[in-house]
Design a binder for this molecule. Structure first.
Ligand code: IPM
Ligand code: MG
Length: 352
């Protein structure tokens, strides 16, 4: 059971260290960890955000535990050298097209939500975000128009096979939950979205047990704060999923609590190959201070045990330990508390 640990930049380093402590404490026989460089850290050491040796390590492992990438000091670099290219490159190179971002309010944390507690309490949803296509991976560039203005452009597109495979993931996820799937698009304006909607409807014929509905992304953003309890599984494209998942995180209280899995088609002898990361970024403003919340990283390790190693029991133990720590009042700064990263790691380990 080989795991590539890619802590990356900023608080990625601090939170990943706590997730690794939790993993190691389980004493799983055969679990071997390897560490590699990504992001600005890799750029400084190797001149590229995703060095060939990092990619080779990722391919040789059964799963990746990822921290975060991003560093404001790299903002002026050419795009292909920027830290974000590490995670985008891994997603593309490894065919990780399905991004699962669960959002559920922890008992006792309703007051931390940006929403009223009685609304926050309803949230238990899963965002299934397509991760290999859309405007993220289309051609892009800067050009000068005929009138001499600078113009930036990014091509948005989806082909039907891309929509079909993520739609299947969404429907299957809904079958394992409350059998409701909401597809989010902008079909009133975008051809990309019209195709998305048409294909999702075609795929729905194979899932008569799942109730499908469609929302335009602007309405979905509004509904997510108005009545989030209506959502079970949300399936959407890369850009809309990026935005809605950050929004969902604030609805449950803190972005420091949300984990994610990025999966593809590759199977290993233990489960589905995947990359697991907290959805928060590198948070340069608090990096290096030991105050970041490691819970999203710890919960990402739990998702890894479940999806890539078939270790559901251990995943549930970790999730229960985090929930108990929160119920006991363990709070980092993002949750209005004062506890540091390592102390929260200790608290989770004690409860584990
Ligand atoms: C995310 C992040 C990434 C994305 C960035 C770092 C490229 O915001 O995982 O949500 O936009 O996908
Ligand atoms: Mg994002």
């Amino acid at each position: 059971m080989k795991v590539a640990i890619f802590p990356g930049d900023g608080i990625g380093v601090e939170v990943t260290a706590q997730a690794v402590r939790v993993l190691e404490s389980l004493g799983l026989p055969g679990l071997t960890l390897f560490e590699g460089d990504v992001g600005a850290a890799a750029y400084r050491r190797h001149g590229r955000p995703l060095p060939a040796e990092t990619l080779a390590m990722a391919r040789a492992c059964d799963a990746i535990l990822f921290g975060a990438v991003g560093d404001p000091s790299c903002d002026a670099l050419e795009r292909h050298l920027r830290p974000e290219q590490a995670v985008l490159g891994l997603r593309a190179e490894l065919g990780l097209f399905a991004n699962l971002r669960p959002a559920k309010t922890f008992a006792g944390l309703e007051d931390m939500s940006a929403l009223r507690p009685e609304i926050a309490r309803q949230i238990d949803l899963l965002i299934v975000r397509e991760l290999n296509g859309d405007v993220y991976f289309g051609d892009k560039g800067m050009r000068t128009t005929a009138t001499g203005e600078r113009e930036g452009w990014d091509m948005m597109s989806y082909c039907e096979s891309e929509v079909r495979r993520i739609a299947h993931i969404g429907f299957r996820a809904a079958q394992g939950r409350n059998r409701r799937l909401t597809s989010v698009d902008k079909a009133n304006v975008l051809e990309t979205s019209q195709l998305w909607r048409d294909v999702v409807i075609e795929v729905s014929a194979e899932y008569p047990d799942v109730t499908l509905d469609h929302l335009y992304v602007d309405n979905a953003a509004m509904q997510l704060v108005r009545a989030p309890g209506q959502f079970d599984v949300v399936v959407t494209g890369n850009l809309f999923g990026d935005i809605l998942s950050d929004q969902a995180s604030m609805c449950v209280g803190s972005i420091g609590l949300l984990a994610s899995a990025s999966l593809g088609e590759r199977m290993t002898e233990y489960g589905t190959f995947g990359l697991y990361e907290p959805i928060h970024g590198s948070a340069p403003d608090i990096a290096g201070q030991g105050i970041a919340n490691p819970m999203a990283a710890i919960l990402s390790a739990a998702m890894m045990l479940r999806h890539s190693f078939g270790r559901d029991a251990e995943a549930m133990r970790i999730e229960a330990a985090v929930a108990r720590a929160l119920a006991d009042g363990i709070r980092s700064g993002d949750l209005g508390g004062t506890m540091g990263t390592a102390a929260i790691g200790d608290a989770v380990l004690e409860r584990l």
